[in-house]
Design a protein around this ligand. Structure first.
Ligand code: HEC
Length: 473
């Protein structure tokens, strides 16, 4: 996400800084007189564009967030109008804005925190730019959206903030992989984590979005004796993540007296000598909280990625049998630079249906959280099929050199193909109750079902034939 992927990108930035300002100012026509466009019923910034930017862009495009420029005011937005049209209307995932790549033509469409633009909004932006990107009537401008400040947290007020040891990267240095010294959490009773967020702080002065040296960092917890505990992984920190709110039914456990260990950290140089550290913020469930469900995983993948050079449209499949009834809460595609698309299908009772497909841009490792009534309810025995699509040609700007064959490996120039899928394991009783509740909330008639809920068609689970045997007839 920190790479400049086109020459124009640089040119624009150089113009905006210093000597090029005059050229820039000359290149941008002055906006038409304020209220005229609005009076003519045309698309304007104040009426039509500002609300879109507030909802879908400003969380990143604001001072002290991750994106390269702020899009908070008309003056800030206007020079980027053409670029905004291009990035919002492109069909490929790589570089698309906002970075939300769910395929809207197939599979489940209801997600939490969906910031994607509708086709109508994309068209509105296009018409606004074609029409000279007018400001419009100032009275139409919505109240500004407020955000957490640089020292505040998107997850709300944390109960505990842990600071890692500082690390230093020279202005130009090879990437570094390694572990940080563990840090004691400083809590003496067992607690369950409800939400967490990790932020990088540093002495780098570089522009917004260009200053990070932590590429990613993997963490675990150690108990008092220095042993890892918990049968689940903690989420991986990648540059620019906002935080995680875990499903309230399955808080993540930490023991009193434990320490946080970053066992695998990847640092990269940012062009400036930089010393940085992470602050890890935790929000706990109240003392005495106990999880009411069991955390599960639909994590699966394959090392068999055998990518031929200079070829687009290469696809590889991988499979998993779901051993317990499961609510799939997350769709988490994971590939590397050549990846461009990722799909998951569920095969159940002889039928296959696509749960979700998304484009893929390796600058963004995204997890998509299903909305409550959309999260697949997968009966035991379901087979999941993942498919990764790769473009190993110069058309994919994320590839360093498409003339190379590549296979599985941990570096970004190697490949990966896997699904990162925290989920919730359900007992037979819980599963039947969730299916019944969903049927009721969605008002399904007998025999009627929805994507991702094969047993939603059953108005009653046959007493003599448990649901898990249905697909073995
Ligand atoms: C999750 C954070 C995030 C969101 C949401 C987001 N952006 Fe971005 N945007 C970035 C980052 C980071 C970059 C720099 C990397 C890149 O160019 O892809 C960027 C780059 C851009 C660029 C190219 C800038 C250049 O230097 O050429 C444009 C234009 C843009 N965004 C517009 C938008 C618009 C419009 C929206 C909302 C519809 C939006 N972005 C939503 C993070 C975000």
């Amino acid at each position: 996400m920190l790479m400049d992927r086109s020459g124009t990108h640089w040119i624009r930035r150089m113009k905006a800084s210093g000597a090029g300002i005059a050229i820039l100012a000359a290149a941008i026509a002055l906006p038409p007189a304020t209220a005229d466009a609005a009076e003519r019923g045309e698309v304007t910034y104040t009426k039509d564009i500002a609300p879109i930017l507030q909802r879908s862009c400003q969380n990143c495009h604001r001072p002290s967030s991750m994106a390269p420029m702020s899009l908070m005011t008309y003056e800030e937005v206007r020079p980027w109008a053409r670029s905004i049209r291009q990035r919002t209307s492109q069909t490929g995932a790589v570089g698309k804005m906002p970075p939300w790549f769910i395929d809207k033509t197939v599979g489940i469409q209801d997600f939490k925190d969906d910031v994607s633009l509708s086709a109508a909004e994309i068209e509105t932006i296009g018409r606004w730019v074609d029409n000279g990107a007018p400001r419009g009537n100032p009275a139409d401008l919505p109240a500004p959206r407020t955000f957490a400040g640089a020292d505040e947290w998107d997850i709300g007020e944390p109960d505990l903030i842990v600071t890692t040891p500082a690390v230093t990267m020279a202005a130009e240095a090879p990437d570094w992989w390694g572990a940080l010294e563990p840090v004691a959490l400083g809590i003496d009773e067992d607690r369950y984590v409800a939400a967490m967020q990790v932020k990088e702080f540093s002495d780098a002065t570089g522009g917004v979005g260009g200053k990070f040296i932590f590429h990613h960092a993997l963490m675990t917890m150690l108990d008092e004796d220095g042993n890892t505990f918990g049968d689940y992984g903690w989420p991986n920190t990648t540059t620019g993540r906002f935080g995680w709110t875990f499903d309230p039914e399955v808080g993540r456990y930490v023991k009193g007296g434990s320490s946080l260990l970053y066992h695998s950290v990847h640092l990269h140089a940012n062009g400036e000598d930089t010393t940085a550290y992470l602050k890890v913020a935790f929000k706990f469930h109240p003392a005495g909280y106990q999880p009411t469900k069991q955390l599960g995983s639909l994590g699966f993948g394959t090392p068999d990625v055998d990518l031929r050079p200079m070829e687009a449209d290469q696809a590889f499949e991988f499979f998993m049998t779901v051993e317990e009834h499961t609510r799939m809460t997350t769709f988490g595609p994971h590939m590397h630079a050549p990846g461009v698309r990722f799909c998951i299908e569920a095969i159940y009772g002889g039928r296959s249906e696509t749960l979700s497909c998304a484009g893929y841009d390796h600058n963004w490792i995204r997890a998509y959280l299903y909305a409550e009534d959309a999260a697949p309810l997968l009966p035991k025995g379901t087979i999941l099929r993942g498919t990764g699509y790769f473009d190993n040609t110069p058309a994919n700007p994320n590839i360093v050199d498409p003339r190379n064959w590549t296979g599985f490996g941990h570096r970004s120039i190697d490949n990966m193909l896997l699904h990162i899928g925290p989920a919730i394991t359900l007992t037979e009783e819980e599963f039947q109750a969730e299916v019944a509740a969903r049927r009721e909330r969605l008002g399904l008639a007998p025999g009627e079902t929805v994507v991702g809920c094969p047993l939603c068609s059953l108005s009653e689970f046959p007493a003599d034939r448990p649901a898990q045997d249905q697909n073995q007839q």
